[in-house]
Design a protein around this ligand. Structure first.
Ligand SMILES: Nc1ncnc2c1ncn2[C@@H]1O[C@H](COP(=O)(O)OP(=O)(O)OP(=O)(O)O)[C@@H](O)[C@H]1O
Ligand SMILES: [Mg+2]
Length: 314
């Protein structure tokens, strides 16, 4: 049975100005996995994280985090958090920011020193640790933010847009750091709109749009759904085989046959028929949807549905 570090049965947040930022979402994050919450601006991603961490008071919330009801303050000692647009007092040095976070987490002085140096090393900020934050670039601040999120050796880490303002090389570092967190056994919850990045690291994702989850699942399964297979061949297809392909809803274009299928097993009868007809196969390709394509499709579909419902109400 899968155990969940975060198990949201329902979470709803309506701000005092009437905006319903979360309209009753439900999702599960297994222990030791990387979870990506993706969605356009204003979808409700930060609201969700802040609600889970009791920074905001949700309107309705049922579920557990690390086995305790969401909202239980004691579990926050096992949680790390890198807020969106994290900012720290700019007169502090990078090292002091991490030490300050250690103090808030009631870490002993000795344990803190050791861990602080390890983290500075991990996030690549050892050299600049003695400089004040005001001399840092955006990416350097994000690195210090990541280190302070890990100071209490958390079981689950929430990262709200961790690569915001980080250059492409830095993003690769961030990706590797997130993967290392999973290797260390942590559960990582990442909010992002950098879809390609999420696709590379996350085990599961949820697509959030206007406070609702419109797609949720394993990245591997989601991107495989509706995959296309394409076979390139050499020579002429026998007419009987062309007819069979059309009957199977396959598309033939010049020297290639393509087909929508959930698994490569569905392509095997075609391969057998091509081989039996002595047609030379030059290439077999699986084309999956990228998370970005799925995201754009899902968001566009949810907008269409919303406008149909609105239209119907009129
Ligand atoms: N303090 C607040 N008071 C009122 N409405 C708010 C508040 N904070 C956020 N909202 C609204 O709630 C909705 C969700 O905002 P949220 O910041 O959670 O989105 P997000 O998905 O994190 O967006 P982004 O990608 O821009 O960070 C938006 O419509 C936003 O305007
Ligand atoms: Mg946000």
């Amino acid at each position: 049975m899968i155990e969940f570090a975060v198990n949201i049965e329902t979470l709803r947040k309506r701000y005092s100005n009437g905006v319903e930022a979360l309209a009753g979402v439900s999702l599960q994050v297994p222990y030791g996995s990387i979870f990506g919450l993706i969605g356009p601006n204003g979808a409700g991603k930060s609201t969700m994280v802040k609600s889970l961490l009791s920074i905001l008071r949700p309107t309705e919330c049922r579920g557990t985090m690390l086995g305790e009801p969401i909202g239980n303050k004691a579990i926050l000692a096992k949680v790390g958090y890198l807020p969106e647009h994290a900012s720290f007092p700019d007169y502090l040095t990078g090292r002091q920011v991490i030490e300050y976070a250690a103090g808030l987490a009631h870490q002993s002085r000795n344990a803190c020193r050791q861990r602080c140096e390890t983290l500075l090393e991990q996030v690549g900020m050892k050299e600049a640790a003695h400089r004040s934050i005001r001399t840092y670039s955006k990416g350097m601040k994000q690195r210090i933010g990541l280190a302070q999120a890990l100071i209490n050796d958390p079981v689950v880490v929430f990262l709200d847009e961790p690569t915001d303002g980080v250059d492409p090389e830095g993003r690769i570092d961030f990706k590797n750091m997130i993967i290392s967190m999973r290797e260390e056994g942590r559960t990582v919850f990442v909010n992002s709109h950098l879809l390609a990045e999420v696709e590379q690291v996350a085990d599961r994702v949820a697509i959030l749009s206007k406070g609702r989850i419109i797609q949720y699942g394993l990245v591997e399964e989601m991107t495989r759904r509706d995959a296309r297979y394409e076979i390139k061949f050499q020579g002429q297809l026998p007419v009987s085989l062309m007819t069979w392909c059309h009957e199977q809803q396959m598309t033939i274009e010049q020297d290639r046959i393509s087909y929508r299928a959930d698994s490569p097993a569905q392509m095997q009868p075609l391969i057998d028929r091509l081989r039996a007809a002595l047609v030379v196969i030059r290439e077999i390709k699986e084309e999956r949807f990228s998370l970005e394509e799925l995201f754009l499709q899902a968001v566009a579909q949810s907008r269409t549905e919303a406008s149909v419902i609105k239209g119907g109400k009129r």
